[in-house]
Design a binder for this molecule. Structure first.
Ligand SMILES: [Zn+2]
Length: 146
């Protein structure tokens, strides 16, 4: 699993490249993050801390991206009022699904010091997505690790 290697701030694979100047989140990225914060798999309205993360999104910019998948590095304004309680770093929340060809895929959010830093979206076989997967595909085939 490449999750740890791709965690923001750690040594990232050479497939990551900076985006300068940072760009706004695109529509699909916003939909994916919103889905992750809504946690349909757990039938929860919100995951803990998501109200702060939603406020962070107002200032979110994409400053890195991976060429082998749809993962992005995210920067947000460090406003203490929007920091997640306890300032957690690392894995935040995830969803699993099946891509259009049946390959398993996942989406994961990572935080650093209570701020959003990365959206990871990968296929289990490491091959590139042909299209940005429909967020609705993540409602099915959910991961079982949480
Ligand atoms: Zn990648």
């Amino acid at each position: 699993m490449t999750t740890d290697q791709e965690f923001a701030g750690m040594s990232k694979p050479s497939t990551w490249h900076p985006i300068d100047p940072p760009r706004p989140l695109n529509t699909w990225e916003r939909q994916m993050i919103d889905l992750l914060l809504s946690q349909p798999k757990a039938c929860m309205d919100e995951v803990p801390g998501s109200a702060m993360v939603r406020r962070q999104l107002h200032s979110a910019r994409v400053d890195e991206a991976c060429s082998c998948c749809l993962s992005i590095g995210i920067v947000v304004d460090h406003a203490p009022a929007n920091q997640m309680p306890g300032g957690p770093s690392g894995f935040y929340t995830d969803l699993g699904g099946d891509d259009v060809d049946g390959m398993s895929m996942w989406a994961i959010l990572f935080t650093k010091d209570g701020y959003l830093v990365e959206l990871e979206v990968q296929r289990a076989d490491g091959t590139p997505f042909r299209l940005e997967p429909d967020p609705r595909l993540f409602y099915d085939g959910m991961s079982e690790n949480s």
